[in-house]
Structures are given as C-alpha cells and as structure tokens.
Design a binder for this molecule. Structure first.
Ligand SMILES: NC(=O)c1ccc[n+]([C@@H]2O[C@H](COP(=O)([O-])OP(=O)(O)OC[C@H]3O[C@@H](n4cnc5c(N)ncnc54)[C@H](OP(=O)(O)O)[C@@H]3O)[C@@H](O)[C@H]2O)c1
Length: 323
C-alpha cells in the first residue's frame, strides 16, 4: 500500500479489506461462460447455469441493489489492469474484465467479457449494469486508436448509466509534445467533457515498461540510454491500489500524481538492469534531439514532489529480473 494511504488508513483486522473496501457486498459472478462469442460474458471458475446468472441479476435489479458495486476493468490482461482486477476480486467487489481475446483467462470470481473498444464490438454487453469503470486499456502499437476506443467506451457508459469512470494517465502529458502523450492528454479532456463522473490519476513509468524497453535495447551489443534524462519508476501494484481506492470512492476529478520513490538517471537504470540480468554490455548515453528530448531532460515526466510510491527499482530488479 502507498505510504500516503497507509497513513490515512487505520490498520485493518487481519484478513479484513482496506477501509475503502469495507461494506462492499460480495456477490457471486454475474454471468456465464461463452468462450467463443464476442460480447458474451464469461465467468471462469465453477460453472453455473446461465439461467441462474440471469436470475441473479434480475433478482438484484428488482430489489434495487443490483450491481451497484460492479466494477469493469478495461485492459484487464495488461500490466496494470491485471493488478487492478486482482485487488478488486480480493476485496470481494463484483468485477468484470474486458479483453479482445476470445480465449479467456481462468480467473475464479471474475466475469470476463470479450470486446474491442476500438470498434465498439461487445462493449455494451460488458458495460450493462456496471457502476464504475477503471479504464486501463491502451494499444501502444496503434495508440491513435485509443481515442475512438475511449469514445466508444464513454458512449456505452452513458447508455448504461455508468456513474464513474476512473482513468489512468501519465505524469507530464500536458508538458511535452510526445505523440503518445498527446493522445493521453486528449483522452483526459474527452473524459472531462463526457458528462460522466470521472477521476483521473497520472502516474510515472512502471518498472515493467522499463524492463521491457531495456530487454529490447540489450539485444544490441551497446545499450543506448538517453543522456541527462531520469526516470522515476512507480510499482504498477501501487498504482493499482490507488485506482481501486478511487474506484470505490466517488468521482474525484484530477487527483495528485503518483510517482515512484526515486528519480534514477537512465544510464544508471540501464547498468543496474544489466547487472541484475547477468549481461555485460557497455551503456552509451545518447542525446535525444528536439523538443521531446529537451522535455524529457527537463524531467516533465517525473514528479519528485509526489514520490509517494514505496517499492524501489532495486526491489523490482531483485524480484523480477535477477538471475
Ligand atoms: N506502462 C507505463 O509505464 C505506464 C505509466 C503510466 C500510465 N500508464 C497507462 O496505464 C495504462 C495501462 O498500461 P499497461 O502498461 O498496463 O498496458 P498494457 O500492458 O499494454 O495493457 C494494455 C491493455 O489494453 C487492452 N487493449 C488494447 N486495445 C484494446 C482494445 N481496442 N479493446 C479492448 N482492450 C484493449 C489490452 O488487452 P487485450 O490485448 O487482452 O485485448 C491490454 O490488456 C495505459 O493507459 C497507459 O497509458 C502506463
């Protein structure tokens, strides 16, 4: 848990959910498996007849308590989304998970839905009856698709009467003209103007992203690292903690940024990663030209005044990279 949250939250009894999660009703899964059919709900875990699930939903709706706590996580198979799903499930929150895949994870207690935000296929079914959406989906390879994807999600959320969308963004998106950041910023603005209740959290880079990038760069005989540039990795699990806290509260608007405990020069990140991975390569600092390079050198993507994350890069290396 984040230092700031730990300070605000009295220690729960062993096994009890965090304060923000107490009182959340534990319900059985809402829907039944159809593994091969986009848009159909899929619940892994013990098989239950679909008629049972429909009755559960209808019965709840008649009692006016339906799915008031149900949270849909988009990008649920991703680095961040899977951490969010695990925390919601662990807290007993009714959770749905969206993916484009038709082969769905075995994940007891989670109702998986196949859908594609970019086309809108299957999205209405996933969103129907949902109270809150945690939006973690992003297509890094075709990131311009993230805008129509968000518009489709918002349109479906409005049709379904969703009350709260929690968005994850990146520190510094408004201070640098990096194409992916421009899309993130546009997404923030679209959500703000959507008429839906919203919360938006900006975080710094996840160690998993740096690990992937360094793994790629280390395929070359020399590892290139941007000169004069630091990164402030923040554990994706700590970001998920904060998103879950936001999801279980009301719409909060833009909330304070979330950054890792320390800013590390990129060259130092590369060297420490190489040591942990047991690889021997020289690290060469290269100057990134233009405004983007200048922005990163100025550290617009870091937030030293919001270094509230606790888990360090060294811990990540020891647990996930070291051989
Ligand atoms: N990585 C970082 O360092 C970092 C830092 C701050 C903020 N963020 C933000 O955090 C979010 C999650 O990042 P991540 O690193 O967890 O990403 P990731 O691992 O690449 O996961 C992205 C997810 O988006 C889903 N997705 C992509 N296109 C989709 C579509 N058209 N319809 C439905 N689902 C779609 C993918 O699911 P399927 O392939 O299963 O469909 C995947 O689960 C992004 O918004 C990112 O900008 C990331």
């Amino acid at each position: 848990m984040l230092r700031s949250l730990a300070e605000l939250t009295p220690a729960p009894a062993p096994g009890a959910p965090p304060t923000a999660l107490r009182g959340v009703r534990t319900v059985r899964p809402l829907a039944h498996a159809r593994r091969d059919f986009p848009g159909e709900a899929v619940t892994s875990g013990p098989a239950v007849p679909s008629a049972w699930c429909a009755a559960e939903v209808a019965g709840d709706e008649r009692k006016g308590r339906a799915v008031e706590n149900t949270v849909l996580v988009t990008g649920a198979t991703g680095v961040l989304g899977r951490e969010v799903v695990a925390r919601l499930r662990g807290a007993g929150v009714p959770v749905r998970a969206l993916t484009r895949r038709t082969e769905l994870p075995e994940d007891p207690g989670v109702a998986w839905f196949t859908g594609d935000l970019a086309t809108g296929a299957g999205v209405d079914a996933a969103v129907a009856g949902v109270h809150t959406i945690v939006h973690c989906a992003s297509d890094a390879r075709h990131f311009r698709q993230d805008i129509p994807a968000l518009r489709n999600l918002i349109a479906a959320a409005r049709r379904a009467g969703v009350e709260h969308v929690v968005n994850i963004s990146i520190v510094g998106v408004d201070r640098i003209t990096y194409p992916y950041y421009a899309v993130k910023l546009e997404g923030e603005r679209i959500l703000e103007a959507s008429g839906l209740g919203w919360s938006n959290l900006r975080a710094t880079q996840f160690p998993e992203l740096l690990n992937t990038a360094l793994g790629f760069l280390a395929r070359l005989p020399v590892v290139l690292a941007p000169s004069g540039t630091g990164f402030q990795p923040v554990d994706q699990g700590e970001v998920a903690d904060r998103l879950v806290e936001l999801a279980l509260g009301g719409p909060a608007g833009r909330v304070p940024d979330l950054a890792g405990p320390q800013v590390h020069p990129a060259t130092e990140l590369a060297r420490s990663w190489l040591r942990a991975a047991g690889k021997r390569r020289p690290v060469l600092a290269v100057r990134i030209p233009g405004k983007v390079g200048a922005g990163f050198r100025a550290g617009v993507h870091t937030a030293p005044d919001r270094a509230v994350g606790r888990r360090t890069w060294e811990q990540y290396l020891a647990e996930r990279v070291a051989r």
